[in-house]
Structures are given as C-alpha cells and as structure tokens.
Design a protein around this ligand. Structure first.
Ligand code: UTP
Length: 333
C-alpha cells in the first residue's frame, strides 16, 4: 500500500493519518537494542553511538522525537528497550545518568544462544564455556512473555506495539499514518518498507498465500522491490497469543571472539555461526498483515557500518538526518 505522492501524503493517506492521531495513546514503542553491532565495531551499544556533527547518540535522536510526539499529542508514550547481556549494562548506565530522559522507559533482556564453529559443533569460548550471542531480533516474542512485558503493556491500555531497530536514525515511530492503517484495516501486523536500491542486500516483502513474508532478496522470484526496514506494528493480542512457538534458527557466518590463555582473540575473518531468530519468521501466525511503502528519504537511514565501509555508516546517517531537519518537519503530512 502506498499513501504517498512523492514525499507528501495523498488524500487517503491524510484521512488515515487523521484517524491515527486519535489512537496514538494506544501505541507504545519497542526499540531492538540487543544486537552486537559487529560491523560498526563500536565497543558501546549502538544506541549510545555518538553521531559525528550532531553530537547526539541514536538514543538521544529517538527520544527527542518521542518527546516531540508527547508534546504534540499531550500523550505519554511508553518506551521499551530490548537489550541483551551484551548491551544491558552500558544502556542502563547511560539512561540512569540522564534520568531516563524524562521518559517512561523499561528495559528487558532477550536470551542468548550458543554459537557454532565452522564444523557446526558448539564453539568453545575457553576451556570451560561456549561462545554465546543474542538469539536474534526474533527473540523479542519470547522475551515479551518471559519478563511480563505484555502484562505491563495491557495494564496501560496499549493496543498496538511499534517495534523498530535502534539503528535507523530516521525512524518515524508512532506514525499516525501507520496507526490509521492498523485501525482502518483491523490488522495483526503492519510493516513499513522502502523501495529497494539495486545494489542493496536486504530482505524483501513478497506475498505468499495471502500473507506478506520476508525473503532474502536473492530468494525472491518476483524480484520484489519492497525492502524490509525492520519497522513493524503488532496488535498486542497477537503478541499475547504468540506463546510457546518455536522456530528454527537461521545461521549467520560471523567473526566471533573467543578466549585463549586468558587473552581475548578477535578474529579478522568469520570463524563460526551465530544462531538467530528473525522477527518476520513469526508473521505466518498473523491474521492479516500488510506493508506500507514510505519514502526512504524521510524514514530510512541505518547505521550498520563504520566510516571505513561504503554506505549505511555514521557519515551517511548524519547527512540524511540533516537533510530531513532542513525540510523543517519530520512528521509532515
Ligand atoms: P542487525 O541485524 O543489523 O545486527 O540488527 P546488529 O547487531 O545491529 O549488527 P551486526 O549484524 O552485528 O553488524 C538490526 C536490529 O536488530 C537488533 C539490533 O540491535 C538492531 O537494532 N538486534 C539484532 C537485536 O535486538 N537482537 C539481536 O539478537 C540482533
């Protein structure tokens, strides 16, 4: 579904946006902050990464937008951060030092899972333990139950949960357009997509048996152009019912640190596999999921790499952010 004409909403888009504004209080945000950010190579969680020129970290950029929304709609927007044992301590310390930015923020951890070596056996960290890594952003669903986060959301009369990557500097959370579409179409899941660039290695949305699923771009026969930007809305009832559902892990080949004779070795090429669940593995359980196309210029600029690599790096994030700021209004209709 596309409700934009260029970077402006069309008539139907404006109708849905107005509808969404009425329901904004029923939506909370979960930032996915458990990843290890290996490509970026910072020793701090991605959310705490300070963007050059802006002198703000990703958390500050996102929280500033949430405070703007709170002011505009005179609403309290609840914020949840899914961390992992790799990111929890630094994130908690950072938030404590800033008094949670005057927001209602709850942290909860996803699980870890063992890594495998190139022979597909459990990978040893040292003599006594195995290497572990966070279980992928799809670990969200189990963690929401494990730490009673769903109950907490229900107590606050939340109806939809906006789940986004912490690493998208332009992420447009609690977007009235998306909220309007959810209520108008009565959906379990709504995801945002941007048009895939030719050289971009991202998963794409394709429709299968009446549902949207995500395929690696090379798997998609239909050469879909709808790039997954890891920005989703879930009906809270859907999340509540998604209990005890097991999916198979995906394997991703990575450089996995280990310890030998008391020293930590950081390999310079992939030496094993992380096991990960992906959020979209669980889309098949939904009754009604849709995808809306949003302008990349307004909504997507991820921080994946360091400035040594081409694209999706601190420099591109800052430049994309400043372009939007100069248009005066991020959430324009
Ligand atoms: P990525 O798949 O880009 O992973 O995560 P990453 O950890 O940020 O970076 P690399 O691949 O190690 O370089 C997309 C989003 O999902 C979150 C990340 O924090 C990011 O916001 N994520 C990823 C989790 O919350 N948990 C995970 O286990 C993996």
């Amino acid at each position: 579904m596309d409700f934009y004409k260029g970077d402006r909403l069309n008539e139907e888009g404006r109708r849905l946006y107005n509808m969404g504004e009425v329901h904004i209080r029923k939506v909370c945000v979960v930032f996915l902050c458990g990843g290890q950010g290996t490509r970026l190579g910072s020793d701090k969680p991605k959310g705490c990464f300070i963007l050059p020129k802006l002198n703000m970290c990703l958390f500050e950029v996102h929280f500033q937008k949430i405070r703007e929304l709170q002011r505009k709609y005179n609403a309290k927007i609840k914020v949840f951060l899914m961390t992992s044992t790799f990111t929890y301590d630094d994130t908690k310390k950072f938030l404590d030092e800033r008094d949670n930015f005057d927001l209602d923020i709850t942290l909860f951890n996803q699980d870890n899972v063992e890594c495998l070596n190139l022979e597909m056996k459990l990978m040893k960290y040292d003599e006594n333990s195995t290497c572990k890594s966070p279980n992928g952003n799809g670990g969200l669903f189990k963690a929401l139950h494990q730490y009673h986060i769903i109950d907490k959301m229900k107590e606050c009369d939340i109806e939809y949960v906006n789940v986004v990557s912490v690493d998208n500097v332009l992420v447009n959370v609690c977007d009235p357009l998306a909220i309007g579409v959810l209520y108008d179409k009565n959906l379990d899941i709504l995801s945002k997509a941007v048009i895939k660039a030719d050289d971009e290695s991202v998963g794409v949305f394709v429709r299968e048996n009446g549902q949207y699923v995500v395929k690696e771009y090379f798997e998609s026969k239909e050469s879909s152009k709808l790039a997954n930007i890891c920005h989703h809305y879930f009906r809270l009832d859907f999340l509540e019912n998604l209990k005890n559902v097991d999916e198979a892990y995906h394997l991703s080949k990575k450089k996995i640190p280990y310890c030998r004779n008391g020293s930590i070795i950081k390999p310079d090429k992939p030496n094993g596999y992380k096991q990960e669940l992906f959020i979209f593995d669980f889309f098949k359980y939904a009754n009604g999921n849709e995808v809306i196309l949003v302008p990349r210029l307004l909504e997507f600029s991820p921080l994946k790499n360091s400035d040594k690599d081409k694209g999706s790096n601190p420099t591109t994030c800052v430049s994309d952010y400043l372009k939007i700021k100069s248009t005066a209004n991020i959430h324009f209709k």
